[in-house]
Design a protein around this ligand. Structure first.
Ligand code: FMN
Length: 190
C-alpha cells in the first residue's frame, strides 16, 4: 500500500439478517480511516440496502462478476471482512469453490495473503453439522481470523433474528487489528 493511501477494506455480506447492519459498520470503519467497498453474495443482496451502501461508500455494491469487457470498478483490496459469514459460504470457501464473486475474491485473497476476518453466523443446528467446524479450522490454518461465539448464535426456527447478539463490537476491534497490518505494509507486497 503506498504511503499516505487509505487502506481498502472489502466488506462481504452473505445471506443472513446481520447483513442489514452493514451501514453502521461501514460508517464506523470509514471513521477509522478505511476506504470501504461492499460486495454481496446473491443471497446477501436480499438483506443489504444496496442503494444506501453505495451512497455511503461511493462504490456500487458488487454482486456478480463483471462482464469481460467491463473495467474493474473497485480499488484493489488490502483486507477483507465477511459479515456475516453464512454456513454456506464458509463451507464453500474452505473447499475453494468460486461460484459467486464473493467466493472468488475470498479464495484469491488466501493466495494473496491478505488479512481476512470472518464473523460466522450459522444457527446453532448448522454449527453442529460435521462439515462446519472442519471448514472453520481449515480456514483458520489459512490465516482467516474468526470472530464468533457459539453461545451467541441464533436458534433454528426461533423466528428470532438473533442479530441483537451479533458480535459487532468484537468484529470492529478485530478489523482495527488488521488495519495495523495493512498500514505496516507500506510500499506494496500484496
Ligand atoms: C430469512 C433468512 C435468514 C437466513 N439467515 C441465515 C443466517 O443467519 N445464517 C446462515 O448461515 N444462513 C442463513 N440463511 C440461509 C442462507 O441465506 C442460504 O444458505 C444461502 O444459500 C446463503 O448464501 P450465501 O452464502 O451465498 O450468502 C437465511 C435464509 C433466510 C431466507
Amino acid at each position: 500500500m503506498p504511503e499516505g493511501k487509505q487502506p481498502v477494506l472489502y466488506v462481504i455480506g452473505c445471506g443472513g439478517r446481520p447483513a442489514g447492519g452493514l451501514p453502521d459498520l461501514v460508517t464506523s470503519l470509514q471513521s477509522d480511516g478505511w476506504t470501504v467497498c461492499v460486495i454481496s453474495t446473491p443471497s446477501g443482496a436480499r438483506f443489504v440496502d444496496r442503494a444506501l451502501l453505495a451512497e455511503l461508500t461511493g462504490y456500487p455494491v458488487r454482486v456478480e462478476y463483471e462482464r469481460p469487457e467491463e473495467p474493474p470498478v473497485l480499488p484493489l483490496a488490502d483486507a477483507i471482512a465477511v459479515v456475516p459469514a453464512t454456513f454456506n459460504t464458509i463451507n464453500k470457501w474452505a473447499l475453494g469453490i468460486s461460484d459467486t464473486l464473493a467466493l472468488g475474491l475470498l479464495n484469491e485473497a488466501i493466495g494473496l495473503g491478505l488479512p481476512l476476518v470472518a464473523a460466522p453466523w450459522p444457527n446453532t443446528a448448522l454449527a453442529r453439522h460435521p462439515a462446519f467446524m472442519p471448514s472453520v479450522e481449515r480456514l483458520t490454518t489459512c490465516g482467516v481470523s474468526f470472530v464468533w461465539d457459539v453461545e451467541r448464535l441464533p436458534l433454528p426456527n426461533s423466528g428470532e433474528p438473533g442479530a441483537a447478539s451479533f458480535p459487532w463490537s468484537e468484529l470492529h476491534s478485530e478489523i482495527g487489528r488488521i488495519r495495523t497490518i495493512c498500514t505496516n505494509r507500506i510500499g506494496g507486497g500484496r
